[in-house]
Design a protein around this ligand. Structure first.
Ligand SMILES: Cc1cc2nc3c(=O)[nH]c(=O)nc-3n(C[C@H](O)[C@H](O)[C@H](O)COP(=O)(O)OP(=O)(O)OC[C@H]3O[C@@H](n4cnc5c(N)ncnc54)[C@H](O)[C@@H]3O)c2cc1C
Length: 286
C-alpha cells in the first residue's frame, strides 16, 4: 500500500495556521478579476512573466548587481549600507528592501525597527510548496475524456495545465503539480527521482491515463531555497490585526516593499503595488 500523508494532518502552513481575513482578501482580489484575461485564463506577459522584470531592468540607469547575497543592512546617519557575503558593501541615501521576511530573517538588520515590525519580520507565516513541472508526452485527457486539470486530496495537490504557446493559446504546454504543506515537507525528504516517482505513481493510480504520459522538466522546493524560504506570505491567524499596519513602516533610511507588504493586491500585483509605494516614499524623503 502506498504511503500518503493523512489529509487531516495539522501543518502550521495549512488551513489551521492561516488567517481567514487574508484568505478572504485574496479571494476578493481574485474576484475583481485583475489577474484574469478575457479568455478566463491567468494573465501573463508575452513570452513569459520574466519579461516584466527584464523590461524594468533595462530602464535602470546604474548597473544591477546580480548573484549578490546580502547578509546585512545598516541604517547610518548619512546613508544606509548593504553588506554582501563576498565582503563588498554598497551605500545609498535610501535602501528599499524587497526580500520576503522569511529571507530577511536570515540577515542582520541594524535599524530603528518598530517592535511590531520586528515581530512581523521574525514570525510572518509563509506557505510552503514543492512544485514539479511536467511536459505531456500525449494528450491523456483526450484518452479518458476528463478535464486536464485536477485538484486532488492526495500528495499531488493541484495539477494545473499551463498554456504557454503564444502561437496557440489553447495548447497545453506543461502541467504544474503543486504539493503543498505536509505533502511538500514529505516529498522534500526524498531525492528528486524518488519524489517524482512518488507523484507519478500516485497520479497513475488515481488517473490511469497519465501513466507514462508525463515527463519531468523542473522539480523545485520553494522552502529549501534560502532566498525565498517559502512561497508567499501566508499570515497566521491574528497577524494582520497585530502588525498589519506597522510591518511596512520605513525604519530610518530603510524602506520595505514586496508582496507581503502590499495593502490591496496579492501576488505579483502586490509586489508592484508595494514597489510603487516604497519608491514614492523613498523619493519623497530625498
Ligand atoms: C509557486 C508559486 C506560484 C505563484 N503563482 C503566482 C500567480 O499565479 N500569480 C501571481 O500573481 N503570483 C504568483 N506567485 C507569487 C509571486 O511570485 C510573488 O508574489 C512575487 O514574485 C513576489 O515578488 P517580490 O518582489 O515581493 O518577491 P520575490 O519575487 O520573492 O523577490 C525577492 C527577491 O529577493 C531575492 N533575495 C532573497 N534573499 C536575498 C539575499 N540574501 N540577497 C540578495 N537577494 C535576495 C530573491 O532571490 C528574490 O529574487 C507565485 C509564487 C510561487 C512561489
Amino acid at each position: 500500500m502506498a504511503h500518503e500523508i493523512n489529509p487531516g494532518s495539522v501543518d502550521e502552513t495549512g488551513a489551521h495556521g492561516s488567517s481567514l481575513l487574508v484568505s478572504y482578501s485574496s479571494v476578493t482580489f481574485g474576484k475583481l478579476g485583475a489577474n484574469i484575461n478575457a479568455a478566463g485564463f491567468p494573465r501573463a506577459a508575452k513570452g513569459g512573466n520574466l519579461r516584466i522584470p527584464e523590461g524594468m531592468a533595462r530602464h535602470v540607469k546604474t548597473e544591477i548587481q546580480m548573484n549578490s547575497n546580502v547578509v546585512g543592512i545598516v541604517n547610518g546617519k548619512d546613508y544606509a549600507e548593504v553588506f554582501l557575503d563576498d565582503g563588498r558593501s554598497l551605500k545609498g541615501k535610501r535602501v528599499i528592501v524587497t526580500v520576503p521576511f522569511s529571507a530577511l530573517r536570515l540577515m542582520k538588520l541594524d535599524a530603528p525597527i518598530h517592535p511590531l515590525q520586528s515581530e512581523a519580520i521574525n514570525t510572518l507565516g509563509y506557505a510552503i510548496a514543492t512544485h514539479l513541472s511536467f511536459v505531456p508526452k500525449r494528450k491523456f485527457w483526450e484518452l479518458d475524456g476528463l478535464a486536464p486539470s485536477m485538484w486532488t486530496d492526495g500528495p499531488a495537490g493541484r495539477v494545473t495545465p499551463l498554456r504557454n504557446n503564444p502561437k496557440d493559446p489553447n495548447e497545453i504546454t506543461t502541467f504544474w503539480v503543486l504539493c503543498a504543506g505536509a505533502n511538500a515537507r514529505y516529498i522534500d525528504r526524498m531525492t528528486q527521482e524518488e519524489g517524482t516517482k512518488y507523484i507519478l505513481d500516485y497520479l497513475a493510480r488515481i488517473r490511469p491515463s497519465t501513466k507514462g504520459a508525463l515527463e519531468l522538466v523542473k522539480f523545485w522546493s520553494w522552502q529549501q531555497d534560502r532566498f525565498g524560504c517559502g512561497t508567499w506570505a501566508s499570515w497566521h491567524p491574528g497577524q494582520p490585526t497585530k502588525f498589519g499596519n506597522e510591518m511596512r513602516l520605513p525604519a530610518g533610511r530603510i524602506h520595505f516593499a514586496g508582496e507581503h507588504t502590499s495593502l490591496y493586491s496579492r501576488g505579483m500585483e502586490g509586489a508592484m503595488e508595494s514597489g510603487e509605494r516604497a519608491a514614492f516614499e523613498a523619493a519623497g524623503s530625498l
